[in-house]
Design a protein around this ligand. Sequence first.
Ligand code: AMP
Length: 193
Amino acid sequence: MRLILLGPPGAGKGTQAQRIQRKYDIVQLSTGDMLRAAKAAGTAIGREAAAYMDRGDLVPDDVVIGIIAERIEAPDCRNGFILDGFPRNEAQARALDDMLAERGLKLDVVIEIAVDEAVLLDRIETRRRESPDSVRPDDTAETLRTRLEVYHEQTAPLLPYYQSKGAFHRVDGMKSIDEVTEQIDEILSEISA
Ligand code: AMP
C-alpha cells in the first residue's frame, strides 16, 4: 500500500504515519526526518538544506526528489510506504507521478489531515511555554509562520490536484490522536480489503 499524508505543520502527520507503519508493515518516509538526519550528520545534502530549514522555507525540489527517488528503491519499501511531508508542491507531485509510473507502481490513497490552524498555533504556543525542550528548533514563532505560509501557497494546491485524480480522503485532525487513527484505519482497511 502506498499513501500520502497531507496537512499543515503540526497536524500530526508524523504521529499518524508511525502508527500506520506499525499496523500495516509499510515504511514511513518523512523527508523532514531525513533532512534533519542529514543536517545532524553534516552531509553535503544536510549542509545545503540547513539554511532553508532554519527559515522554514522549502529545500530545493531536486534535493528532496533525489532523496525520495533513491529511498523508494530500498528493499524495505517493497511492501509500500507512507509519504509524510512529500510532495510539498506541484513540481514534487509531478516528479512523484513520474517516479511511480516508471516503476509500475501506483498510489493507493491520499489522506488530508484537516485542522483548525488557529487552534494549532495555540497548542504550539502552550507547548513552547510549558515544555520548551519538546519544541523543535524550527518551531519558533517566526519559522512556523513561514512554514504555514509555504503550506498555503505551495502545498495546499495539491489538495485539488489529488482530489481530481480520485482516491482522496479527508479526516478530522482536530479529534484526539486515537480518533484520527481510527478514521485513517477505516479508510486503509477498505483499501487493503
Ligand atoms: P517537516 O518535518 O516535514 O515539517 O519538514 C521540516 C523542514 O524540512 C521543512 O520546513 C522544509 O524546510 C524541509 N522539508 C521537508 N520536506 C520537504 C519537501 N518535501 N520539500 C522541501 N522541503 C522539505
